[in-house]
Design a protein around this ligand. Sequence first.
Ligand SMILES: Cc1ncc(COP(=O)(O)O)c(C=O)c1O
Length: 463
Amino acid sequence: MTVTPDPVHEAPTPLGTTARDHLWMHFTRLSAYADGGVPVIVRGDGPYVYDQDGRRYLDGLSGLFVVQAGHGRREIAQAAARQAEQLAFFPLWSYAHPTAIELAERMAGYAPGDLNRIFFTTGGSEAVESAWKLARQYFKKTGKPNKHKVVSRDIAYHGTTMGALSVTSLPGIKADFEPLVPGAIKVPNTNFYRAPEHGDDLEAFSVWAAEEIRRAIDREGPETVAAVYLEPVQNSGGCFPPPPQYFQRVRQICDEYDVLLVSDEVICAFGRLGEWFGAQRYDYQPDIVTVAKGLTSGYAPLGAMIASDRLIEPFLHGTESFAHGITFGGHPVSCAVAMANLDVFEREDLLGNVRRNTDAFRSTLEKLYDLPIVGDVRGDGYFFGIELVKDKASRETFDDAESERLLRGFLSKALFDAGLYCRADDRGDPVVQLAPPLTCDQQHFDEMEQILRDVLTEAWKRL
Ligand SMILES: Cc1ncc(COP(=O)(O)O)c(C=O)c1O
């Protein structure tokens, strides 16, 4: 199964043909490129990227929720070059290097409460995986050895390595890899648009969704449950924000049952929601935060698990250690890049830019409500999903064949051809997702709206 529909591009190019022959694109139906028409992006500048024919595209997805600071930042590239020259590599296995130390201190300073300990990885899946292993080992060390299960929400994506894939709740990308790691429990997500039984009562919905976590823990046996993984705004399914007080309720439930709250912020941290961390946006205190993507704006790969003082405590004594490591976790070049990226965040007040512009972004996208195909516009910060429906009044969605025809057959390619790179996704109900660089402003929102308007109008005609 493909996760991101294929933006098939007609014209085969020499590089596209070589890509077809030798490159294994991720989550991609390779048959879609049998003619060698793989789109090849060669350059980026601010919120735009360019293909090898010089055509410009607005990067409405920041690559893959990554390029917060925008493309083409020379100072970040130079920080990488300087670090590679000074010290290209040394591991964090019993040793340390200055950029990892400085970055860890800086991230702990941004993180809420006592999230003071940074375990670096190379990406998000490894961070999610690390958090599960930490939760298991922590409880083994503290007299609750049976606590090993994790709870996560329907349709949520938490990565692809076997542990992270088990936390992920997308049957279509799991089935072929079964049996997965046992003990990954699923609960409902916060898709209010698809919760008609709660009418317009967000408060009741919030209580229900949080209590579903309690019910799952009760059902499994609290003595077996180690952690709950939640994204501040759930990406997969199309940007589900939390209803009011949801996280406060979940926090309380986790405290009652001694279950760790893992805030998976691989997308939501580093400004996506206008704060350093999504937990700050919604005012809750996680035990662990997982990050990646925006930490470096993608100028080099890096992820991290940020753990609270309580969780490091058992590992501070005697012969104890967290029995886990990754060669390239906290790579010096990646850490130097992250420092330079965070300098840009501070100097240009990227968090403030998102906060100041969120309402404008939302209301620009909400103009699309006049189109019959637009059912719901939802999200927060610079992170929005537009759910497409067949019937606005009944909220009827598309069947599989229609979805295939609409998203894969038409929308992705048409949006791309019209100059907008974004995501048309049907892992839940069909949505178009937008997560532009944090430097964007009204002119870019208007550009997105205009392209979406034209292409969605055409899509409706073709249905
Ligand atoms: C919430 C979340 N967790 C984990 C991951 C996995 O990250 P990576 O692709 O860097 O392994 C992703 C990737 O999109 C994600 O969105």
